[in-house]
Design a protein around this ligand. Structure first.
Ligand SMILES: *Cc1c(COP(=O)(O)O)cnc(C)c1O
Length: 456
């Protein structure tokens, strides 16, 4: 933990205390008081329990999509939390509501939506997607939603919540929506969900081709870029194979990205954007509880959720001031490290005699498997599990990975020399979402080789 951030935070809390005291001081009610030895005991237990976490902060954690927020993001969040503004209405937190509008404008610009759009932060990517699908239903009441089998599992669930027909489209050999299957899909499809950065393998679906088909057939397109969205900044990076995928985003009806994934934020920060602000008409409500003291648009008037942490907007606002949404500075530099880490890791795996990489990564998620003597799907599964477990055993020289289950059929088309003796095969997945992963790749490779030998 950066001690300068800690002292900055304490200083700023004190400054806000002066502002608090400027309204006149008062005694805290006795009911809020707790003896200090009790506090000490409970916080001791708390710290002990928190130590039960995996080392998400460390580059040796190369498993799931998990990492702590940037220190400055949580410092801003904590500072705002001493006030606890609520962004459901302007009066719940006038400054944090303004900040939300400012950051949403930046995200809309990143998406290519220009000055005309409708959007706001949400408490998660799931809620942001729910909102986009809810608008899809309102736009095409009798039509269904199509998403690929690589889409986030919540799309199917959201279709159930909304009482809509969800149509799952199979993936092609690259692991993304099969466009021919989409064209032949049965059912009356009103909206297609295109995932940019699939949760499993971080793949980019073929947005330009899907968009062409949808335009011809009057089908809406929703982009779920909860994981990958910020990579739009690197659309023209040398390692980004298809910039046209990102360039097509501005023609889509809605766009979701999660600042709490690649935007350095603590959990509780998603974002949904709509290209056509006229969809705002679907949100109309006149609750007697929300108080309207100005004629400006209230964020609560254009969102499904009511209460939302204003602190989330404050943290994102601060972060984007310090890490602007640019290709060659700010957030772009951080993402470039992750993209390069994944590419370097991919190349190292190609060189390894003990591991086989599934395919070249589009973003920063690499999926691979240990090479076993038998070369069967069952032995690969068993060995992957052993490596996963063995990696977590050591503290300083450990390696935290995640497991990923694939259909053996799709797997065997890629690797015909592997004998299929199980329906699914479990392989290893590493999300390299920290910039520190880049310089850690040689070490990561070494630890993987050691784990392979240990589990032989
Ligand atoms: C993570 C993710 C979601 C869900 O977002 P939450 O913020 O976890 O609710 C949806 N879609 C994709 C592609 C994701 O990666």
């Amino acid at each position: 933990m950066d001690s300068s951030t800690l002292s900055l935070l304490i200083n700023k809390i004190r400054e806000l205390d002066e502002w608090r005291d400027s309204f006149g001081t008062y005694e805290l009610d006795k009911s809020q008081h707790v003896p200090s030895d009790e506090i000490e005991t409970v916080f001791d237990e708390l710290v002990d329990r928190l130590k039960g976490n995996y080392p998400f902060h460390h580059p040796q954690y190369a498993g799931q999509m998990l990492k702590p927020p940037h220190d400055l993001a949580w410092a801003a969040y904590a500072l705002a939390m001493t006030i606890n503004p609520n962004n459901h209405a302007l009066d719940g937190g006038p400054p944090s509501s303004e900040m939300e509008k400012e950051v949403v404008r930046k995200l809309a610009k990143m998406a290519g939506y220009g000055d005309i759009y409708l959007g706001h932060l949400t408490s998660s990517g799931t809620i942001a997607n729910l909102e986009a699908l809810w608008v899809a239903r309102s736009s095409h009441p009798d039509k269904g939603i199509a998403y690929s089998s690589a889409a986030h599992y919540t799309h199917q669930r959201m279709c159930q919540v909304l009482g809509m027909q969800g149509v799952e489209i199979p993936v092609n050999e690259r692991g993304v929506m099969d466009i021919e299957a989409l064209k032949n899909a049965s059912g009356n499809i009103g909206t297609v969900v295109v995932t940019l950065g699939t949760t499993g393998m971080g793949l980019l679906e073929d947005l330009p081709e899907i968009l062409n088909f949808c335009k011809e057939n009057n089908i809406r397109v929703h982009v779920d870029a909860a994981y990958g969205g910020f990579y739009k900044l690197l659309a023209h990076h040398r390692l980004m194979k298809r910039p046209e995928v990102w360039e097509a985003v501005d023609q889509c009806d809605s766009f979701v990205t999660d600042p709490h994934k690649h935007g350095l934020q603590p959990y509780g920060c998603g974002c949904v954007l709509f290209k056509d602000p006229a969809v705002g008409k679907f949100y109309k409500h006149d609750s007697p509880y929300t108080y309207f003291s100005s004629d400006d648009l209230h964020l609560g008037e254009i969102s499904l959720e009511c209460s939302r942490a204003g602190a989330a907007a404050v943290a994102l606002w601060t972060t984007l001031k310090l890490f602007p949404l640019k290709k060659s500075e700010g957030l772009g530099l951080i993402l470039e490290q992750c993209l390069t880490a994944a590419h370097d890791f991919y190349l190292s795996l190609l060189d390894s005699d003990h591991y086989q990489v599934i395919q070249e990564p589009d973003l920063d998620i690499v999926v691979y498997f240990p090479i076993t003597d038998e070369l069967t799907t069952s032995s690969i599964t068993e060995r992957s599990r052993k490596i996963f477990t063995a990696g977590m055993k050591s503290k300083k020289s450990g390696l935290h990975l995640s497991l990923y289950r694939m259909e053996s059929n799709g797997f065997s088309t890629r690797f015909p020399h592997v004998t299929v003796d199980t329906e699914t095969v479990t392989v290893i997945r590493s999300v390299l979402m920290k910039p520190e992963h880049r310089s850690f790749i040689p070490e990561l490779m070494e630890r993987l080789e050691t784990l392979w030998k240990q589990t032989d």
